[in-house]
Design a protein around this ligand. Sequence first.
Ligand SMILES: [Zn+2]
Ligand SMILES: [Zn+2]
Length: 417
Amino acid sequence: MFFDSYPRSLQASRFVSAEMPNIPIDIEEDRYSRLRLISWWNQDILRSASVMVVGAGALGNEIIKNLALLGVGTIIIVDFDYVELSNLTRSPLFRARDEGKSKAQAAASAAAALNPDCRFIALHADVTRDIGCGFFRRVDVVIGGLDNREARLAVNRACWKVGTPWVDGAVDDTRGIARSFVPPDGPCYECTLGEQDRKAMAIRESCGFLAAEAYRRDRTPTTPTMASIIAGIQVHEAIKILHVRKHLAGPSDGLVPALIGKAFYFDAASYDCFTIEYTRNEDCLSHEPLDNIIETQLDRQSSTLADVASVASQYIGPDVTIQLPCEMVKALVCNRCGAAEPFYRLARSISPEEAKCPSCGAVRVPDVDVEYTSGAPYEKIPLKDLGFGMMEILPATSRSGSVQIEISKDLELILPV
Ligand SMILES: [Zn+2]
Ligand SMILES: [Zn+2]
């Protein structure tokens, strides 16, 4: 694991009973001693685990709190939002003084105070465009505290590309759901989407750079009680997955991750709960794994697409084509006043404001590339300025084959809280 938990020796302290305050009891106790009483428990698995939590809202707060209490070694928190006072009713890690701070940062700081054994990495970032697959392949499990389909799809696609399990959760004021998706077998999140979902997705995707803004306006009503119920199940499932994947526990220990390809539904009106099983859609587009991943010394601050192609050509020869993560806008053209402005950025990183014509205010039409080939006008621009995320993995092909080029050096710029 790249995110090695740094060794921190557990502080064994002498336990003094409250009933007998003056008599020290000679038992070696540490923070995790009660957890160790569980038959299948292995604290070392949790200590060496890296878990990414996407979303630090109501569910995310509860998820992060649980992971911190359990002593998970590395906890990566991803959220692009800021703390608002209205979050405080559902977010045990936030305080009024955190208003205006990054949610990822505020959650990481509070959780670090809960358990200094854990290492926290706060990423103030949007999972749909800023977090590359390089992150997803370096964690053992991803837990979603998300409130929209686009972010779930982004997490799902990244996880299935690199073979990382993920546990999804969703709540509103009366219903909750928890479910896990473990590649490469079984159904993925995209397999669970119905015809209506796909239509809505297609409409949003066809809106190009306006789509990203649309889902950010979603606001779901929920309570801390619902969030804690569902987040508790999500984290419990993630712990089971960690134990089973490390082959240190299984059904003979009474341990089964019970929600793989299944959903647990909870109804807070009746307290009914039930599970349903999903079926795998063999035509689903999310199941293709990335193979031939090459780790490199490239970073998004200074490296360019020409650099990526140059590294790829060492493996697959000349005339490399790089598949872009979304459309690359080369120019924004105003159909009303005819002006065309060169604009070298990935469509997903362009805001609706930027898309407007500065002269007449009309929404401009992009001129785009879907793949990069040598000689493109943006090939010397650093990847970050083009709108690439951190630790992206870029598929490169030539006549002789294909490789996946990871922008690995980004990792060195990411520091724990
Ligand atoms: Zn699928
Ligand atoms: Zn115009």
